[in-house]
Design a protein around this ligand. Sequence first.
Ligand SMILES: *Cc1c(COP(=O)(O)O)cnc(C)c1O
Length: 359
Amino acid sequence: MSETNPKLRAELAGIPAYKPGKPAAAGGPVAYKLSSNENPYPPLPGVMEQAIAAAGAFNRYPDMACTGLMNELADRFGVPVTHLATGTGSVGVAQQLLQATSGPGDEVIYAWRSFEAYPIITQISGATSVRVPLTGDEVHDLDAMADAITDRTRLIFVCNPNNPTGTVVRRAELERFLDRVPSDVLVVLDEAYREFIRDAEVPDGVEIYRDRPNVAVLRTFSKAYGLAGLRVGFAIAHEPVAAALRQTAVPFGVSQLAQDAAVASLRMEDELLGRVGSLVAERTRVVDALREQGWTVPETQANFVWLRLGEKTMDFAAACEAAGVVVRPFAGEGMRATIGETEANDIFLQAAQAFRKEL
Ligand SMILES: *Cc1c(COP(=O)(O)O)cnc(C)c1O
C-alpha cells in the first residue's frame, strides 16, 4: 500500500485564511466587538418570532427554491423571480458566481485592498486574481481596472462601498467604466452596505443592472438587516447568470430559519432602516470626532471607518483592545472599526484620542 496522501487540487495551496473579526474579550469590565461590521442591535421581536417558529420544524429540509423569500424580493425590488438567486450569505453567492464563470486560466479583477473573501474564493475556483490598487484617496481606480481587462477576464468585483475603506464610486464614473467592459465579462456590484449610503450620487446597482445584462448585484441580510448569523444573501442578475447561480447553489443551503427571518425583516423594513439611520448618525459623529482629533478619515458610506496607520496598525489595535473595543487591523496597512453602540464608539474615540497624543 502506498503512503501518499489523497491528491488535492493544487489551487488550494497557499490560500489565505479568512480572518474573522476577533470576538470581544470575555471577562473584562467592558468589551465591544467592532471587528466584523455586524449590526449591534439585537434581532427585532417580530423577526425573532418567525425564526423561533421555523426552528420548530428543523427536522425537515428547508424550501430549496426559497419560494417565499424569492417572491418577497421580487416585489421589493421590482424584478422577475427568474432574476434572483439566493445563497449562504452573499459570500456564498459570490462563490457561486465564480463557479459559474471562472476556472483555471481565467482572470478575476478586483480592487485592493478590498473584501478579503475575493482572493480566497478566486483562488479556490482556480482562476487568477488581478488586484488593482486603490487610489491615494482609498477609492476604486476604475480606469486602471478597465485597463487591466484581457481576453482572459471573466469577472470583475466592484465593492461599493468598499470594505474596508468605506469609500464609494459614483454614478458617472461607474457608467463610464461599465461602458468600457466587454459584454461577455460579468461585473459584480457588491452592495453589502447599500442601506448605509447617504450620498445621492452613488447609484443603486439594481437600477444599473436593468439595462446591462453583464451586471449582477450582490446584497445581503447580514449587515443592515442584522441576520449575519443566519447566512442569507442574494443576487439580482439577468438570465442566464441568475439561472447559473441557482445551478451552482448548495442544495438546501439557506435554512428555513434564515428564509423566514429574511421575509420577516423585509416586512419590518421601516423599523430596521430606522436603526440604520441611527447608525448613520453615529457614523457622522465618529468621523467628525476623529477628524477633530487630527486623523485623516476617508469619506465612508458604510457602517465602519478606516484609518491608514501603516506600521502603527497593530499598536493601535492593541490600544483599542486594552480600552475595551476590538477593531479589525490589517497589519502594515490600517484598521477598520465598525460603528457600534454609542458606548462602544465612545470608547473607540477615547482610545484613538489617547493614541493620537502619543504619536
Ligand atoms: C460583509 C460583507 C459581505 C456579506 O457577507 P455575508 O456572506 O452576506 O454575511 C459581502 N461583501 C462584503 C464586501 C462584505 O463586507
